[in-house]
Design a protein around this ligand. Sequence first.
Ligand code: SF4
Length: 291
Amino acid sequence: MRMPFRLMMDLGRYMRAKKRAGEKYFPLVLMLEPLHACNLACVGCGRIVEYKDTIRDQMPLEEALGAAEEAGAPIVSICGGEPLMYKHIVPLTEGLIERKRHVQMCTNALLLERFVKRVPPSAYLSFNVHIDGMRETEIEELIKFLTNLGVDGMLVTPGYHYQVLTNDIYLKNEEMPYKFERERKLADDYKLINTPIYLDYLVGERDLLCSPWTTVTRNPQGWKGPCYLITNGHYKSFKEMHEVTDWEFYRTKKDVRCRDCKLHSGFEGTVALDFGKNLKDSWRMVRHYMS
Ligand code: SF4
């Protein structure tokens, strides 16, 4: 299996309950950024540019746990900044696991050894280690390298242009089909966890609307809206962020800042919400994740 069975079951149960309750705009993943400081300074990182004036801020523990309660999403991705530098990272992780949230620690892994000595393994805890690539841009080499390391799964996403960055190192829309055609083929033989529907989108064979409300972001400044990438403001509460955001506008990618964006969080969210609507697509998804 490409994804933890319990996570898929919990996510499915949560989505069915939300749909039964008539809710349309509900989150699947909370991106919890308890700090923006980092022990690296990667050239493509928008966070250290956007939050340079508040880079020393750290979210109080109660606020971080409260954000998970407010959003209610079954998956909490703790990111940043480098989350393992957060002073409350151990009680935060343990508190989220106690609340049966699936914690995905998004880390550069420099401090990982110290962390795993303090937090025992759990079916609710996994690690997402971000890798930009090999020295040369060789996606196939990278996938083989990670497979040999024994990773459980790999999520590939096009580099995306944060509104605050001016350097020209990101893929343009027109470059994506060529790059992702080969990756889609590799998904048959390697443990890529992207959905086949999203890969079709990257290759340019189908269109997808965006679902930015499926991945919501909370950082020391508040709830960041409208999405993980672009910032109109930071809001005091999850409810306020929802009330001021015109989700249909962003769903249809009308904002000029959406132009080159095919970020997995917005579009994989759409695929997850559409699961079951089209039998052929749903069967492809089941086969993919069970393989
Ligand atoms: S397409 Fe979606 S995820 Fe990308 S910038 Fe627009 S709203 Fe955000």
